[in-house]
Design a protein around this ligand. Sequence first.
Ligand code: VG1
Ligand code: CO
Length: 580
Amino acid sequence: FTVVDVKTAPIDGQKTGTSGLRKKVAEFKKPNYLANWVQSLFSSIDGLKGSSIALGGDGRYWNKDAVRIICRIAAANGVSKVLVGQNGILCTPALSAIVRRRELLGGIILTASHNPGGPNADFGIKYNVSNGGPAPESVTDKILSNTKTISTYGMACVDGDNTEADPFGSVDLAAVGATKFTSADGAAFTIDVVDSAADYVELLQSMFDFAALKALFARSDFSFLFDAMSGVTGPYAQRIFVELLGGPAECVMRGEPLEDFGGAHPDPNLTYAADLVASLDPKKSPDAPAMGAASDGDGDRNMILGRGFFVTPSDSLAVIAAKAKAAIPFFKDGLTGVARSMPTASAVDHVATKLGISCFETPTGWKFFGNLLDAGKAQICGEESFGTGAFHVREKDGIFAVLCWLAVLAHENAGTKDGDLISIESIVTDHWKVYGRNFFSRYDYEEVDSEAGAKLMATVTKVQEDMVAAADGSGSMTLGDFPVKVTTADNFSYTDPIDGSVAKGQGLRFVFEDHSRLVFRLSGTGSSGATIRLYAEQYETDEAKQGVDAQVALKPLIDLALKISNLTEITGRSSPTVIT
Ligand code: VG1
Ligand code: CO
């Protein structure tokens, strides 16, 4: 092949969001759109020449085409080997595992995660660095500045006159194996198609006691249902839950990955995984299984359900942290710390206090956990947005979280007779008795007008400024006529304890004297318009009051939030798109 420098010009709006660049497929398909970003990425990383990188995606529409284009740009930039997941597929945690295990320079993930896929929906790309985790802002800032000045990108071509033809077109992405090419000036370039599951599944097998999990699956009082949401996890789930743990074939639903996720929203929550939720509800399904779970398009999110019971992700994190040492071999040495994103309810904080370990509060997005995990300051982390993970990889990991819950169930039931299974519901409610319950809910207003989103944030900022100005110096403030005083009203800012980098403007928060919280922020993962997220949390130690529905418990706080922000008037929305 020969390397051609193709002329291009900067394209606006290529800023990396919370988790990569996400846009409509039509945008990505525009001439030079993908190439500009990929070249800007390659121009911003050190040590690229002669390196090996991983490449794979969640299988959504345009995944394979993008793989082909990226391989050509990588070859032109002097990368010596690209490890591509078979058929261009790698779930996000599996890519992280491959980068770490094989000590690669980094990896490129093609995903828009839980956003819908298909010709009229979303595509996305993100870069992970050598620790296997999302590129930190120092890297994404460089990529952005390169996208603003780019004038050419490199492309491996059959010969200098024909830039259309793919010199690597003979590589069959369905067949595992390496194919070596040589450039006109003698440089070697290899495309190595690797098994999409092997490294990742072996890693998980080394972390959990699969024999104990298999014994749980064998009980007559236990059954399990996993919803892959037609995303990337189907084949991984089949391998783990059916082949390794002995579940019946029907225990994986929507297990075949589809390019458009069957037209659905591959987001594991009560709204978009409604069929799974109904299957777990004994009122609707008398044979409801003991445990249900779902993962998103790219396999990094998880939802955990008990029979007729929803485990809110903030509680899931807390329970896993509390039981990790006893229930999960990987954590047998115990934890030195845990971490959660700021909007995540503080349930895990109470566990950390009890264990006498550190608890870190980071901005939204997995990239902020990377340094803490690398430095051994935290071993388990999570987000309210159905994200749970640990130091085995540097991404959140859906199937890992499911295995944690299976391990917790197996451990709690080690001494129970078949027929007397201790349920997920009782494990969680027992947890509340010890640590208190952190009621939590998030309201999403998706795709509101960008100006309305900005106006809402400006309105809430003004409320905070007025409160701070009116404060009497006693350290507590009043919010309207709300009976509980406010101790903090600010825009969350985070200083990384390892490298000292500062992330500002991470969400407007109100912390109340009774530890309740309200948070407003704009999403950084949407592909058009603005998505407003409103988070509400309330802490309850009184056992008698812990059983009520979260929406009932949180109503006064949410009403207050809607009132002070003037949300209905500003957005024209009388109700949220999704409540989790
Ligand atoms: C959302 C979630 C955040 C998560 C991010 C990526 O970001 O709130 O917690 O890390 O998605 O998850 P935002 O900026 O839209 O609120 V995934 O599974 O989309 O990679
Ligand atoms: Co995801």
